[in-house]
Design a protein around this ligand. Structure first.
Ligand SMILES: C[S@@+](CC[C@H](N)C(=O)[O-])C[C@H]1O[C@@H](n2cnc3c(N)ncnc32)[C@H](O)[C@@H]1O
Length: 241
């Protein structure tokens, strides 16, 4: 049966142009955690080296994943939306090392046995799934020392927990609705620690100084420690480096 969320994200996909051909530095691939062009940190957040495996939860049209593949990583993406993945395949057909899958990120993590050196999500599936399910699932698929990082909008004050996101469909149609999870940075940090992550940071990166768009980006990061028997008694599969 088709996941009803995939139609919502297909709609979203049709409203978004492909990534620019080059960024402000003239690069043809790059990593961006934020919703602002040429802004914020890049792939160094993931502390990967060539040959490492990395998983993008909700990879969309694949711009960040393509960058990691060009750096020599085995770059795996999972996304619900066929339209998003079609865009990724069209745009990055000449990039080696990219592996794209269609489906739900949580189901993919549950079915996967491969360990990853890093797992990340940029305004992606980790924003749109319950962190109580996502965080332990991610933890279980990281190698010891592996990094998890995710970015999303900072919460609106007082609007915490599961929230509705509306994706416009057109003037005569109701919007598509998907769920997202918003929390203040300190709550995200506490949750990551609760599920066993170490070296946890959760920070709001301010928007660029110039420009009308003033909303920053919440960037959350944690490292899987060597002890995995933490968190809510979740069964975690040991993986080795
Ligand atoms: C706002 S877009 C961001 C796409 C991409 N990460 C980027 O930065 O351009 C959110 C993406 O997450 C995907 N997504 C949402 N929930 C998902 C889930 N449960 N499993 C897999 N993908 C999901 C959507 O299909 C969509 O492509």
């Amino acid at each position: 049966m088709t996941d009803p969320r995939s139609a919502a994200w297909d709609t979203y996909s049709h409203t978004k142009p492909q990534r620019r051909t080059t960024n402000a530095k003239g690069e043809t691939t790059w990593f961006n955690w934020t919703q602002h062009p040429d802004h914020g940190p890049g792939a160094e957040v993931l502390t990967l080296k060539s040959g490492d495996s990395v998983l993008d939860l909700g990879c969309g049209s694949g711009g960040n994943l393509a960058h990691l593949a060009t750096l020599g990583m085995r770059a795996v993406g999972i996304d619900l939306s066929g339209a998003q993945l079609a865009k990724a395949r069209r745009r990055w057909s000449d990039v080696n090392g990219m592996e794209l899958h269609q489906g739900d990120a949580l189901a993919f993590l549950a079915a996967s046995t491969a360990p990853y050196n890093a797992i990340y999500s940029v305004f992606g599936a980790a924003y749109f799934t319950d962190p109580g399910l996502t965080l332990p699932a991610v933890y279980g698929r990281l190698v010891p020392g592996g990094v998890f990082a995710m970015s999303q909008h900072p919460p609106v004050e007082g609007c915490y927990g599961c929230q509705a996101s509306y994706i416009p469909r057109g003037p005569d149609e109701d919007p598509a609705i998907v769920k997202r999870w918003d929390h203040p940075p300190e709550t995200w940090a506490a949750m990551l620690k609760e599920y066993g992550f170490e070296d946890v940071t959760a920070t709001v990166l301010p928007a660029p100084e110039h420009g009308k768009r003033r909303i920053g980006t919440l960037l959350i990061r944690g490292v899987r420690g060597s002890s995995w028997e933490r968190g809510h008694g979740t069964t975690r599969t040991e993986v080795t480096k």
